[in-house]
Design a protein around this ligand. Sequence first.
Ligand SMILES: NC(=O)c1ccc[n+]([C@@H]2O[C@H](COP(=O)([O-])OP(=O)(O)OC[C@H]3O[C@@H](n4cnc5c(N)ncnc54)[C@H](O)[C@@H]3O)[C@@H](O)[C@H]2O)c1
Ligand SMILES: O=C(O)C[C@H](O)C(=O)O
Length: 329
Amino acid sequence: MSEPIRVVVTGAAGQIAYSLLYMIAKGDVFGPNQKLILHLLDIPPMMGVLEGVVMELADCALPLLAGVVPTADPAVGFKDVSAAFLVGAMPRKQGMERKDLLSANVKIFKVQGEALNNVAKKDVKVLVVGNPANTNALICSHYAPSIPKENFTAMTRLDQNRAQAQLAARLSVGIDRVRNVIIWGNHSSTQYPDAKNATVDGKSVVEAIANNDYLNAEFVETVQKRGAAVINARKMSSAMSAAKAASDHMRDWFAGTKDGEFVSMGVVSDGSYGTPKDIVFSFPVQIKDGKWTIKQGLAVDDFARGKLDATAAELLEEKEEAMAVCAAE
Ligand SMILES: NC(=O)c1ccc[n+]([C@@H]2O[C@H](COP(=O)([O-])OP(=O)(O)OC[C@H]3O[C@@H](n4cnc5c(N)ncnc54)[C@H](O)[C@@H]3O)[C@@H](O)[C@H]2O)c1
Ligand SMILES: O=C(O)C[C@H](O)C(=O)O
């Protein structure tokens, strides 16, 4: 059993954290042999609720959980952490787009970037879940210049899981038989869920489904709008599935991807696939020894090109607005 690592979850009194903390503390993310000290960061008015979460974590009687640090102070929350789940932010309500949250939420990620810069381990792996996730991750990295840009990622794994589930249902096969579906771009309704490189039992999904109208329209729109559909039904945004996706994202980042497989993560663009540099764009990545690399050489046809350009344009607009909000602080 190795020494405990410190892991922070922000928004620890909120609904995603309520599912996520249990997944982390029972070993789903860092494995069955890795002890943890969980740092739980939220805002001062939520400290009473957080006390209840701390009690429940204790009552789960989890052998891997070596300590819990509840706090409203980012300097304590981010101190010496090896992994950071940045969940804490306002969720959208019915009728809103995720970018409507930008001016309220982006300031949180400026403050937390500065705190990570000052007190976290320099090799901390940061996953931004709070929306608009891609742009918040960019801002967080911008205000943490002593930590490599590669260490900041945004979550599009929920979109990937949704896409995989849609394809598996369409094909009437188990979820684990569908691989390598890609989410390109922003975690927003401009994202491009791409089944063209996906496989079912190692064979092409495009050939198995044999219906390009479905793959280019209904499939894309269902995944793009799934978050809104959950909000319309639950009157609250997705939480259990978001926690599962955050757990999947961080597990793969630490443990690596399987040979021949890739997963989607929002990462700082290096210009791959003709995208603008220095925005956080979701790409297919392969991961080895804790480092991700963008999967190169996949075909991008004219249809896909239009989708990639549209989602990149939205990210450039969000970046400009976010930088202006932070500069005005
Ligand atoms: N990327 C994704 O796929 C994805 C999926 C689902 C939800 N989300 C986003 O995740 C965020 C959280 O969703 P939720 O349902 O858990 O919301 P929630 O309102 O239940 O919880 C958010 C928590 O964050 C806390 N918080 C606010 N400001 C904070 C700060 N400065 N520091 C620390 N904590 C702070 C709040 O007090 C609250 O406890 C939202 O922005 C939501 O839109 C993203
Ligand atoms: O859609 C939302 O606002 C929440 C989350 O980003 C989701 O995709 O479910």
